[in-house]
Write a protein that binds this ligand. Structure first.
Ligand code: ATP
Length: 266
């Protein structure tokens, strides 16, 4: 997960190849990539580049990774922020942060702004209220409405709770494309494992198909975690390669970790 601070610019070294098992989603995002890479062509035709895309679905499924890959594929700057960073006690502070974020994005365009947990600022507004949260959301709407063709800025928001979002945020010209990103199926789990063992020495006892069958219901983040834990366990046991016992122990560890964090889930 990116922990780049607000306003820190970077160009992620992540490509579509690093994102496994989301073929349909990748196809849909390819259109956005074409827009960004050849924005002039679309402008000439009078087409407006989609300015907001919403990724929704359970945690750890690659939403941040995919947003980074879009930046990587288009050589765009990537500005990471989390909705909670804009939630402030004092009226106007969150709105000012939004303004600063968009100013920076436009200055260094093309830019992908990623807002994780967008529900923290984007939840339904109170009628006639003028509280801090509503001002912040209003500022976000103003910024998205104000995109012009001098700069290419695409905002990708992510949420686990699409149902909480204010309808104003979902209107055309704002976050009008909604893409569901769910937990990986068997084939996708295999592909995700493959990405995460690519640079690791793997023993012949390891059967990725079997591991994928065993990990039904796991998210991409959990599978990445298993591959990493298995490597750590292999090092601790002075092994030259990661074998199937290390993977099985890693699965147990990740499951045990889940039980501690969410005792009712499993
Ligand atoms: P959250 O909703 O909690 O913010 P997220 O959906 O943004 O989660 P990421 O932060 O993108 O999830 O995923 C965490 C890590 O899990 C990634 O950095 C990557 O290592 C791994 N991962 C998740 N999904 C995939 C995938 N489809 N392909 C490859 N790796 C993945």
């Amino acid at each position: 997960k990116s922990d780049d601070g607000l306003g820190k610019n970077n160009k992620p070294n992540v490509s579509f190849n690093d994102v496994a098992g989301l073929d349909e989603v990748k196809e849909e995002m390819q259109e956005i990539i074409d827009f960004i890479n050849d924005s002039e062509k679309f402008h000439r035709m009078g087409a407006k580049i989609p300015s907001g895309i919403l990724f929704h679905g359970p945690p750890g499924t690659g939403k941040t990774l995919l947003a980074k890959a879009v930046a990587g594929e288009t050589n765009s700057n990537f500005l990471y922020s989390s909705g909670s960073e804009f939630v402030e006690k004092y009226v106007g502070v969150g709105a000012k942060r939004i303004r600063t974020l968009f100013e920076k994005a436009k200055k260094d365009s093309p830019t992908i702004i990623f807002v994780d947990e967008i529900d923290a600022i984007g939840c339904k507004r109170n009628i006639d209220s003028n509280n801090e949260k509503d001002q912040t959301l209003n500022q976000l709407l103003v910024e998205m409405d104000g995109f012009n063709k001098d700069s290419t800025v695409v905002v990708i928001g992510a949420t686990n709770r699409l149902d909480l979002l204010d309808e104003a945020l979902l209107r055309p010209g704002r976050f009008d494309r909604h893409i569901y990103i769910g937990n990986p199926n068997l084939k996708a789990r295999e592909d995700i494992f493959k990405v995460h063992i690519k640079n690791k020495p793997i023993d012949t006892s390891v059967n990725i198909g079997e591991l994928s069958k065993k990990t039904h219901g796991f998210s991409g983040a959990q599978l990445a975690n298993i591959a990493n834990e298995a490597a750590i366990i292999a090092v601790r046991n002075n092994k030259k390669k990661i074998d199937i016992d290390d993977f099985n122990n890693a699965i147990e560890r990740v499951v045990a970790g889940l039980e501690v964090k969410h005792p009712t889930v499993l």
